[in-house]
Structure formats: C-alpha cells, structure tokens
Ligand binder design. Structure first.
Ligand code: SF4
Length: 92
C-alpha cells in the first residue's frame, strides 16, 4: 500500500489499512554514515532511506548492504591451495 505520512504516495510494505506498522509507526531518519548514498530521499520528517526504514539498524552489524557510496574491501592475503590438487596439477 502507499505511505500516507513520511513519503506520501510511495509504495511501502509497512503501510497497512491501520497505518504504518513499522516500529514507532514511522520510518527513521538517515544517520551520518548514510551521507552520500543514492537512496536518501526527502520525507516529511526530513531525509529518510528509500530502501530501509531504520538506517541505524542497517549499519548496526557493519556496512549497510544497500549503500551506494561505500563498498566492502576484500583483501586476499593468502590464497589457500589444496595440496593434493596442487600436486596433481604439478604432475601433469
Ligand atoms: S541504503 Fe543504507 S546507506 Fe543508503 S541511505 Fe539507506 S540505510 Fe543509509
């Protein structure tokens, strides 16, 4: 159904006949870590996230998986090689 409060007219899975069913009955504002993300939109309560109603929860376990402005850096220090397969390959 469409939101009637924070983002009027926007389809939202948390809007029901009784209103917003998200905790606190509303979306929450974006947090400092969200700055620069393409998913920020202006709502009636200020800047909110179009992807997640609670940005602080999205960041509680580390990087928000929807963030467009930050990416996970994966460092591969050591590639693990199966010694059996390596010796077979070396024998060919
Ligand atoms: S997608 Fe993540 S980083 Fe972007 S605004 Fe929403 S909560 Fe913040």
């Amino acid at each position: 159904m469409q939101c009637q409060t924070v983002l009027p007219g926007t389809e939202c899975t948390f809007w029901s006949k009784g209103g917003c069913v998200f905790e606190g009955n509303t979306c929450q504002n974006v947090i400092e870590m969200c700055e620069g993300c393409n998913h920020i939109v202006e709502g009636t309560i200020g800047p909110v996230c179009i992807k997640a109603p609670s940005p602080i929860k999205k960041w509680s376990a580390g990087l928000c998986n929807y963030a467009t402005h930050r990416k996970v850096e994966v460092k591969i220090d050591e590639i693990k090689v199966n010694p059996l397969k390596a010796s077979k390959r070396a024998g060919r």
